[in-house]
Design a binder for this molecule. Sequence first.
Ligand SMILES: Nc1ncnc2c1ncn2[C@@H]1O[C@H](COP(=O)(O)OP(=O)(O)O)[C@@H](O)[C@H]1O
Ligand SMILES: [Mg+2]
Length: 261
Amino acid sequence: MTKLQAAKTPIIHIEALHKSFGPLEVLKGITLSAAEGQVICILGSSGSGKSTLLRCVNLLEQPQSGQITVDGETVGFGNSFDVTNAAEKRRRIQRIRTATGMVFQNFHLWSHKTVLQNVIEAPIHVLGLSRDEAISDAESLLEKVGLLDKRDQYPAMLSGGQQQRAAIARALAMKPRVLLFDEPTSALDPELVGEVLKVIRDLAQEGRTMLVVTHEVGFAREVADRIIFLHQGVIEEDGPPAEVFGNSTSARFRQFISRVS
Ligand SMILES: Nc1ncnc2c1ncn2[C@@H]1O[C@H](COP(=O)(O)OP(=O)(O)O)[C@@H](O)[C@H]1O
Ligand SMILES: [Mg+2]
């Protein structure tokens, strides 16, 4: 493979993804690729399927049909895609979960563990790191997100912005190939939004591949390489920010933007 081809190989590829909850079809055939280092911001009204899409990418939800590839590992669902035996499929699902770090709106930290314990737990138990290695990694990650001085505090002692930064450090500790953010600042008081967006902006500048669901339109415009607008379970817009914000022909997108900005 030439260097150019390697650069173009997508690190995430989602093909014809369908997800329903009972009779409700939430994702109606999503096809999407992300190149290594790309930052994709996903916009869309409440209920459009943004969280479901992220949850399918890291296989917290099982789609009805379609295919998901992350970092060379492919898992298929439904008749036309599901070609592997059950044991192999479980192995691939585990690999994809480990390769995709998720950051949730409500942080999801363990309240009975300190910040440091939150960060080292999975690297020790899932990646098999020694406690010393895990602590050393965790300390540099906490320093990176500006929380080293809070390492021995419990989440309840921290502000929302600090808790979310701890959650980002915890996701990074698993050395994921892709980071998935689901409205990471929506639960924060307005004055705490900036400190979390700064950490995400720094990660973008490091060249991390990220899918970020957000209502922070100004942030998306500035940081994203690409904007995706999800509407009722389909991709309604997909392109570079300047193009999507400047020239969108979608009345639904323009209406969405006029409501959130
Ligand atoms: N576990 C679930 N069971 C049933 N319906 C769900 C479930 N999760 C999400 N939904 C429904 O799927 C639709 C899309 O939800 P979601 O992906 O959370 O949207 P968004 O994140 O864009 O607000 C909504 O109608 C929601 O009620
Ligand atoms: Mg959501």
